[in-house]
Design a protein. Structure first.
Length: 84
């Protein structure tokens, strides 16, 4: 690994690095290296996403319409049940 010295880093960038370091309990150097890795897409151990973002926007209109029709009943209020 190489050593890199950065000069004239804007205060706002330094504030973000300091905040990231505190949040992750890392040194400023480690936080800065991690941010650079993420930015350039060379993160050593990318975080696994635990959401459904990979599926967002993947449905065709027909798929969406079928889903809406199939789940239509879940949006209706059962008046009898609501009063109990």
């Amino acid at each position: 690994m190489k050593t890199l010295t950065l000069r004239n880093v804007p205060d706002g960038v330094v504030e973000h690095i300091v905040a990231a370091a505190k949040e992750t309990h890392q040194s400023m150097n480690a936080a800065a290296v991690q941010a650079l890795r993420r930015y350039f897409g060379v993160e050593a151990h990318p975080r696994r996403k635990r959401d459904l973002s990979a599926f967002a926007g993947t449905w065709q209109k027909q798929d969406f319409d079928e889903f809406e029709k199939a789940t239509e009943d879940t949006r209706k209020i059962d008046e009898e049940l609501w009063r109990q």
